[in-house]
Design a protein around this ligand. Structure first.
Ligand code: UDX
Length: 412
């Protein structure tokens, strides 16, 4: 959509018939701020077309972007079967001298692998990792921090980089393996930074310090900064956990000891356990036959995505320890109780219903609307007035004044 917004003619190949239909009608198959408007504008301007097969989409294209899923295989590595199938499908249909650009996050060496699968000396495959975040995908694509392109041919890499020239973003041109590694390293660094600040929050709890003031004091150092410094219930989503595991696998495959990466992953597990512990303590020392009211199930706010969501993982742990769980999330409707990942809990369309009669309320996703809840009303509805705020979303003082016990992450 963003390429079309920049004036390019874009053909999308979509084999899922329902999604293809909605794309053609100008209805975005995913929820992302500004995406549908761009889709509609592109269709109206005749710059966006959606077709059923990749073969059709690539026939006259100069640049072909591979944006297929690379799910995590059971051993933690990336499953390339969709990408290989796409490469096989387009191989004979590519125009002479076409440039195939890989956007998916892939193991090192995938560019060479795809070149082999395509098997044409006139076609070049290039790595061009994507760094956008869910929820801010359009803004991130319009204003990227950097453009990374990896290829064996510098001139071709520059042609790909030129597609982004209007963004004014700095360009890093490198070989394909380094480019592929940059994506993993970026997400692994972000995850490690989060485990670090979560660890500092734990230390603040232990010594009676305040992590929010600590972040102010530390983050003002420009070399450290404030981004990715919000302590929480652990990091999740479809990228960070998958990519950091893949990076660990890459290191293991060459017998390289990436212990800092391993520590970031185990630290994240510990963080989720820590939140479970806080909820257990707030519920009176046991979760057996306790009722927990959960606010937030998505892996972060402003998305409907629950993949590798720390909130879901925490509720599963609570249920395993005997708690019954009532949950509210603005993106989950009551019908979603049938979803496999939510089978262990009851969902509600209303936050007040979800917390009624519960022994502890836990905020697990930082939806801004949770700040505006009527906590005086909640105080009347709960069985036991205890709040665990795993996102440090609330001001402890006013909550305590209402008679709740308040437990945050790294703050008194
Ligand atoms: C991430 C990367 O940020 C992005 O560059 C990459 O292209 C895809 O993966 P996304 O999966 O959308 O993007 O999530 P992100 O916003 O990075 O958040 C990841 C996790 O970290 C979430 O669980 C979030 O709640 C948590 N987080 C983030 C914190 O706990 N504290 C923070 O300060 C920031």
């Amino acid at each position: 959509m963003v390429f079309s917004h920049r004036g390019h003619v874009v053909t999308i190949a979509e084999r899922n018939v329902a999604r293809l239909g909605s794309l053609r009608r100008g209805v975005s198959p995913i929820s992302e701020t500004g995406l549908e408007e761009m889709l509609r504008d592109g269709i109206a301007a005749g710059r966006i077309h959606a077709v059923e097969t990749a073969a059709e989409a690539v026939a006259s294209a100069e640049f072909i972007f591979l944006c297929v899923e690379t799910p995590q295989a059971p051993d933690g590595s990336a499953d390339l079967s969709f990408m290989i199938a796409a490469a096989e499908e387009i191989a004979t249909n590519l125009a002479l001298g076409a440039i195939v650009v890989n956007k998916s996050t892939v193991p090192l060496g995938t560019v060479e692998l795809i070149e082999k699968v395509i098997g044409r000396s006139d076609v070049t495959v290039v790595s061009n990792p994507e760094f956008l975040r869910e929820g801010t995908a359009i803004a991130d694509s319009l204003h990227p921090d950097r453009i990374v392109v990896g290829a064996r041919n510098r001139e071709i890499a520059s042609r790909v980089a030129n597609l982004y020239s209007d963004t004014g973003a700095p360009v890093v041109i490198t070989d394909a393996t380094t480019s592929e590694l940059i994506k993993y390293a970026s997400n692994a660094f972000l995850a490690t930074k989060l485990t670090f600040i979560n660890t500092m929050a734990g230390l603040c709890d232990a010594v009676g310090a305040d992590v929010l003031d600590l972040v102010q004091g530390v983050g003002r150092d420009k070399r450290i900064g404030f981004e990715f410094m919000k302590p929480g219930p652990g990091w999740g989503g479809s990228c960070l956990p998958k990519d950091i595991s893949a990076l660990l696998n890459i290191a293991k495959s060459v017998s390289f000891d990436a212990d800092i990466v391993e520590a970031a992953i185990s630290g994240n597990e510990r963080q989720m356990e820590l939140v479970v512990n806080k909820i257990r303590v707030a519920a009176g020392g046991t979760l057996e036959r306790r009722s927990v009211g959960i606010l937030g199930l998505t892996f972060k706010a402003n998305t409907g995505d629950r993949r590798y969501s720390p909130a879901v993982s925490i509720t599963q742990r609570l249920a395993q320890q005997g708690a019954s769980i009532n949950a509210y999330d603005p993106t989950v409707i009551r019908m979603d109780s049938g979803s496999v990942d939510l089978a262990h809990l009851e969902t509600y369309d209303d936050p007040y219903q979800a917390i009624t009669g519960t022994d502890v309320v836990a905020i697990l996703t930082e939806w801004p609307e949770f700040r505006d809840l009527d906590f005086a009303r909640m105080r009347e509805l709960v069985s036991n007035p205890a709040i665990v705020d795993a996102r440090n979303l609330l001001e402890p003082g006013p909550i305590r004044d209402l008679g709740f016990s308040y437990t945050g992450i790294g703050r008194k």
